[in-house]
Write a protein that binds this ligand. Sequence first.
Ligand SMILES: [Zn+2]
Length: 229
Amino acid sequence: MSHKILSRRTVLGATGLVVGGLLLDGGAAHGQTWSARRPATPDEAWAKLREGNRRWAADAAIHPHQDLARRTEVAQKQDPYAVVVSCIDSRVGPELIFDAGVGDLFSVRSAAQTIDSLVSGAIEYGPVEVGTPLIVVLGHQRCGAVTAAAHALSEGATLPGDLQRIVEALRPAYKSARGDVDKMIKLHTTRTVAELKDDKLLAPRVARRRLKIVGAYYSLDTGLVTRLV
Ligand SMILES: [Zn+2]
């Protein structure tokens, strides 16, 4: 009896080691094993982000992939499962609000997640170069950049330096939202999604269902991300 128990333990122990070996090995050396581990489809990627955000909102973050083992695992090769296009705001760091870690996300940030050709190039990189299956354009509650732009546009004021370029990028959303800043944030986010869906490099990937581009909204009050489109 005791012999049987011992044998079983030994077998389990050995299996654990083998599994551990495969996991450690997979990230660095074998693309296929790596792909199987990280979300491979747009829907799986969104589900993973959603789970992480629910943990963050519930103050139950597990801070995955933030240790030395993970750093070593992705040192030679990265294969993030999502591109997050979000604001520079100090309260919306993607790895924090999606409870993710090193090597999980391409993070593209600009004021009010406005895009121009340089930013678009950064967004294209993941889907085109490593087959990242999901792009999330993330607006957020009480966005200072959107609020400042709305104010400037309503006053007919011109902001100094390149700040005015942000204002111009937000002008279409301002017109549609008719003074409602929260509506403007959401409209600007969905407009950006539409713009990216027309991107020459991204559109064919969306058509082949290898890539999804979604718009979402982050609430500073609740910590929750909700999907807009
Ligand atoms: Zn913002």
